[in-house]
Ligand binder design. Structure first.
Ligand code: UDP
Length: 251
């Protein structure tokens, strides 16, 4: 009996050890796999906004964001953009190549919204002549403050050459995404992407691309179909995400 209990305890311990995430963020968890170069990225149903001051749980958010990120990564790979995608996984888990995430978040804006409007007073919806690329320091403690490439260099976050590469790649991703979403009647207002360094040193697109990280408006009506529905208490948050997935899957 004691042996059986010990064996059971051992088994439970092993299972729980396997299930302990290597890392847990606001919207995702990362787990090790048998392959040291591959991780399992689990999309959570938790949602946060305003640097986690506002929190909620939305049933199916993980599933929807996993499906949307997968579609977008597959499309980007076909267009020659390298991502950390390694395999489709299952409903809420994406298999990704292990990277060291750069602590520089890259934001691209085509139309004024969110913090840009707050910072500048420019009206929401104002279209830019050319996209704006912005860097922020990935730090929850500091609330992801706006930085530039000089900050990134001096803070040791990315070299000058790497900053130039991030900006160039982000603009390529923007061009590809604008077209991709336009085919589904969606207007890409802005988005945030992250990059990671593979063990080979190569920098690839990492993290997620979903309505949590992109502002997407219906091209005809201007209806918001992204996380602003949560930020601004517009209701129908998951209906918006579901609509994005439906349109992308149909196109
Ligand atoms: N964004 C994000 N994570 C962040 C900050 C911004 O995914 O930590 C996305 C956001 O969803 C939007 C774009 O980046 O699509 C620009 O966001 P903004 O700087 O306007 O910030 P917010 O209005 O979210 O404070």
């Amino acid at each position: 009996m004691r042996d059986a209990l010990l064996a059971l305890t051992d088994e439970v311990w092993q299972v729980s050890e396997v299930m302990t995430p290597l890392y847990e963020g606001k919207a995702k968890r990362l787990y090790a796999t048998d392959d040291p170069e591959i991780l399992r990225m689990e999309f959570k149903d938790e949602a946060t906004a305003f640097n986690a001051e506002k929190k909620a749980i939305f049933e199916n958010k993980g599933k929807l964001n996993k499906a949307i990120t997968t579609l977008i990564y597959q499309m980007l790979e076909e267009k020659g953009v390298k991502t950390h995608l390694a395999g489709e996984g299952d409903e809420i888990n994406l298999m990704v190549r292990k990277v060291e995430i750069l602590l520089v978040e890259v934001i691209v804006r085509n139309v004024a919204a969110g913090s840009f409007c707050k910072r500048t007073g420019v009206a929401e919806g104002t279209e830019f002549k050319k996209p704006i690329v912005e860097f922020s320091y990935k730090s929850d403690e500091l609330g992801d403050p706006l930085i530039n490439d000089d900050y990134a260099r001096e803070m040791g976050l990315a070299s000058e050459e790497e900053c130039a590469l991030l900006k160039r790649d982000a603009l390529i991703v923007n061009e590809v995404l604008i077209d991709f979403f336009a085919k589904s009647g969606l207007r890409l207002i802005d988005f945030k992407i992250e990059f990671g360094r593979l063990s080979s040193g190569e920098i690839v697109l990492a993290d997620e691309v979903s309505p949590d990280t992109c502002r997407l408006w219906d091209a005809k009506t201007g209806e918001k179909l992204d996380k602003d529905r949560f930020r601004q208490d517009l209701g129908g948050v998951m209906e918006g995400y579901q609509e994005v997935l439906r349109r992308l899957s149909d196109s």
